[in-house]
Unconditional design. Structure first.
Lengths: 261, 110
């Protein structure tokens, strides 16, 4: 038998990078040093020793998508999600890894009453305030006007119902700040749809208005009807418990006064 | 999609006794009732539709029932004449059909 003249690394010899985001343990099997080093830097705040992380294999030889598996194509990269793990293909840089992780989390969190939202999360007096809206709404502005250390994310918030209440988790998914994130969770005090205005005021939203405001800001990547039904149920559970407002604000830290009121 | 004026639903409700119509929700849609009104999502294009109270009532009963039955229901619920209910739902059903939120199956009486 001919001997191989180069070392072969088998998947099972690759020690996974163990992380946990939103209390979802993940085992990232990354064999390429060019991806592993930035991933270690990017997710170090979310490192967690757990032998039971949901396995995520990066850039292994591609296999055919099986029945019942979810797949998502993002530029040159692809995510395949099955019940036993996920596979990421075509990941060339840390940003592609980050994007596929977000997509994966939306799918894993959904049956656990959790989701990702385009929003900044700021902690004040031990409670989380979610400021959400599409690009340009002012999420990064809110974050920049908040005290250092109080921002869990300036871009993608993670909301999840656990231990009898709705909680906001820190995420490694940041926009302009590009911080490492804070891996902590806090009970949610309120939801604020951002609207830049010439005055500061918080306008209470009805359930229907709140649902209408939240839906376009939820990160969601599947066209499955059942998944959408679950999302609607999850969002209704959230807004029935947590007050939702439209926050008219002047891009000034004074907006906290109307929130405290 | 035919112009609204030629909608079978409208023809039936405007008194075409030669036809009978049955209405069903588009089975591909996800929906939720919020404060008595429907919020509907089309999973394929993530489009969100909101229905008013009367359209929501039609939607709730769009499970294969006849348009006439729904008109009678609305007439009773809102205490309006059957003619007024027919006219209202004729317009609403046509609008729902055009957005492909419901389908109307027609039966031509022999």
């Amino acid at each position: 038998m001919a001997e191989l003249d180069y070392p072969v690394k088998r998947p099972d010899t690759c020690a996974p990078l163990q992380i946990s985001i939103g209390n979802v343990p993940l085992s990232l099997f990354i064999r390429e040093e060019t991806l592993l080093a930035p991933a270690l830097r990017r997710y170090h705040e979310f490192a967690q020793n757990s032998a039971n992380g949901f396995p995520v294999h990066l850039n292994e030889p591609e296999t055919r998508t099986k029945m019942g598996e979810f797949s998502y194509l993002l530029d040159d990269a692809k995510l395949i999600l099955g019940s036993r793990g996920a596979k990421f293909y075509g990941v060339r840089h840390e940003y592609a890894l980050d994007s596929l992780l977000r997509i994966l989390l939306t799918m894993v969190l959904l049956p656990q009453r959790g989701f990702l939202l385009h929003g900044a999360t700021v902690v004040r007096d031990g409670r989380a305030y979610i400021f959400f809206g599409r690009s340009g709404a002012g999420k990064s502005t809110v974050a920049s006007l908040s005290p250092e250390g109080s921002v869990l994310t300036d871009e993608i918030s993670l909301l999840r119902y656990s231990n009898g209440c709705w909680q906001a988790h820190g995420t490694p998914f940041w926009g302009e700040f590009r911080a490492a994130g804070i891996n902590r969770l806090f009970p949610i005090a309120g939801l604020y749809l951002l609207k830049q205005a010439s005055d500061d005021r918080a306008e209470s939203l009805s359930l229907k208005e709140a649902l209408r405001a939240l839906l376009p800001c939820v990160l969601f990547f599947t066209a499955e009807k059942r998944a959408h039904e679950t999302l609607l149920q999850t969002l209704m559970g959230l807004i029935e418990e947590i007050p939702c407002h439209r926050l008219h604000f002047r891009r000034h830290a004074e907006f906290w006064k109307v929130i405290a009121a | 999609m035919p112009p609204a004026a030629f909608s079978p639903a409208r023809r039936i409700l405007e008194g075409d006794r030669g036809m009978k119509g049955y209405i069903v929700r588009n089975p591909k849609l996800a929906w939720r009732e919020v404060d008595g009104e429907m919020v509907i999502i089309s999973p394929e294009d993530s489009q969100v539709h909101e229905l008013n109270e009367t359209a929501s009532l039609i939607w709730k009963h769009a499970d294969g029932r006849s348009l006439e039955e729904i008109a009678e229901r609305i007439s009773t619920e809102y205490e309006v004449s059957l003619e007024a209910a027919r006219a209202d739902i004729g317009e609403l059903v046509t609008a729902l059909e055009q957005k492909q939120l419901v389908f109307v199956a027609t039966e031509v009486k022999g």
